[in-house]
Design a protein around this ligand. Structure first.
Ligand code: URA
Length: 205
């Protein structure tokens, strides 16, 4: 059917973009990382979830959201009744940025130049997946998608009417939740995180 043909066309150009991204040298991060971590999930997903950058385990496996933050994300997606095969998962920056500390590779926040250098790949994913909702996890994703500084702590929630064919929901990064000490604040933020994911769930029906 013509739908199948369309999907195939999307798929092949999609794989081509991923191949190009695999050798990207638009910023210095490629030098220290194992590989480009491209997005994963259905190429026609109605929900796109955007994180900051791959972590240690993502860098090694080549898959986004497989480490501790990813596990927490998946747990919340499940709690919100959102199956992972409804969402396309990706990152604002596709190479792992890190520095050595105490014998291990410690996540280092990507610079605004690095986010900027990676922006065309994210834009490419947006244009080919064409999600209805983009869930931004944390400041880096929110800034890359909305093009302005947005703090999830003070500005979380829904952004529609941004002049793009999708709505945006800004929420916390799961790593932020993991860093909060167990207690009432972590509980409160986690509840809000779940609410934001449920909101995304409502929009995609
Ligand atoms: N954190 C992110 O933002 N993205 C990943 O893929 C993993 C951890």
């Amino acid at each position: 059917s013509s739908d199948e043909v369309k999907l195939l066309t999307v798929k092949s150009s999609f794989d081509e973009a991923a191949e190009h991204a695999a050798t990207c040298q638009a910023c210095p991060l490629y030098q220290k990382s194992t590989q480009t971590v491209w997005g994963s999930g259905p190429k026609n997903a109605r929900l796109m979830i955007v994180g900051e950058q791959p972590g240690d385990q993502e860098d090694l496996s080549g898959q986004p959201f497989v480490g501790p933050a990813g596990q927490l994300l998946h747990e919340f997606l499940q709690r919100a009744n959102l199956s992972t095969d409804q969402s396309y998962l990706t990152n604002a920056v596709k190479h792992f940025s890190w520095r050595f500390s105490k014998g291990r590779r410690l996540h280092q926040k990507p610079s605004s130049q690095q986010v900027h250098a990676c922006r065309p790949w994210l834009e490419w994913e947006l244009r080919s997946v064409r999600p209805e909702i983009v869930l931004c996890l944390g400041t880096t994703a929110a800034r890359s998608i909305l093009g302005k500084p947005v703090s999830p702590v003070s500005d979380r929630g829904l952004y529609d009417d941004i002049g793009r064919p999708f709505r945006v929901i800004v929420t916390y990064h799961p790593s932020y939740l993991l860093r909060l000490p167990l207690g009432p604040e972590r509980e409160a933020r986690s509840t809000e995180f779940l609410e934001d994911i449920r909101l995304a769930r409502i929009f995609i029906g």
